[in-house]
Design a protein. Structure first.
Length: 281
């Protein structure tokens, strides 16, 4: 069963590209380099701030580490001046998050953006009750390394296999694949459905509310797989020991599944009062 949904930030929860471009071009201008277009910046993002800066620099200096490190420091200072100027949540995101929270799922954020900016953007734009864990680029390797997902699952108190990742890029898809968990691609982000499918995404959400439907579908598919496994086991036992043993085992399996569902249930559903807070605050 799905216990937690983990979201990317840039291009998934929030449209952040104009502020990233502003900070990046301020850096390039200060260093005497040519500025970059929006399309350029979209190509450069998703692998962390240092890679973003490296890709934005002229090719002849991209491999010179002290230049890249110096440019990263300038970018960080410039982005700190503008990172919430135009950044905003996509339409429908807050409703989708509140609906998932109401259904009892634990919610988290895992981004390659610098950790301090991720945490501040989330705290400014979303109700503090929504997310149980927020993690940006820090001591953990950047995505698509899945280490951060393992850490988040541990902090949430759930198995990683019970998590679903939601993102808008090839990096997000590879991160989920490396973690061996479900990925839902976001068509409203910086890349479209065709791009996401070309990288292996099967589930595509065209609108934020579609994420809720995809989660429900994943739950139904998992329930069907459990029932098929149970039926196959029952058939094997029936062939080996007869119907009585198979029926007894089937009944015990049902009781065990019910007990496990009770003891491993995710975050309890929020009250009507808390739902009002989440929607209105």
């Amino acid at each position: 069963m799905v216990k937690a949904i983990i979201f990317d930030l840039d291009g998934t929860l929030c449209n952040t590209i104009e502020d990233i471009r502003t900070g990046l071009n301020a850096m390039l201008t200060k260093l005497g380099y040519k500025t970059r277009s929006r399309a350029d910046v979209i190509k450069f993002i998703n692998n962390g701030a240092k890679t973003l800066v490296r890709r934005a620099l002229p090719k002849e200096v991209q491999g010179v580490e002290f230049i890249v490190d110096s440019a990263l420091e300038v970018y960080t200072n410039e982005y700190a001046k503008c990172y919430c100027e135009f950044t905003e949540a996509y339409n429908g995101i807050e409703y989708m998050l509140a609906e998932l929270k109401r259904k009892g799922y634990k919610l988290a954020v895992f981004s390659n953006k610098q950790d301090k900016f991720v945490k501040d953007i989330i705290s400014r734009l979303f109700n503090k009750k929504l997310f149980s864990e927020v993690l940006g680029q820090s001591a953990f390797p950047a995505k698509p390394d899945p280490t951060g997902l393992h850490y988040i699952a541990k902090q949430l108190g759930v198995k990683l296999s019970s998590c679903v990742y939601v993102g808008d890029s090839d990096v997000d898809i590879k991160t989920a694949q490396n973690a061996d968990i479900e990925i839902i691609g976001c068509d409203w982000g910086y890349r479209g459905e065709e791009f996401l499918r070309s990288w292996g995404a099967v589930r595509i959400a065209k609108r934020p509310e579609d994420v809720v439907e995809h989660i429900q579908l994943i739950e139904l598919e998992e329930q069907k797989r459990r029932e098929e496994r149970k039926r196959a086991r029952r058939n094997r036992l029936a062939r080996a020991y007869g119907e009585d043993v198979a029926e007894e085992t089937d009944e015990n399996d049902s009781k065990t599944a019910e007990a496990q569902e009770t003891t491993t249930q995710g975050e309890p559903e929020i009250t009507a009062e808390e739902e009002t807070d989440i929607t209105n605050e």
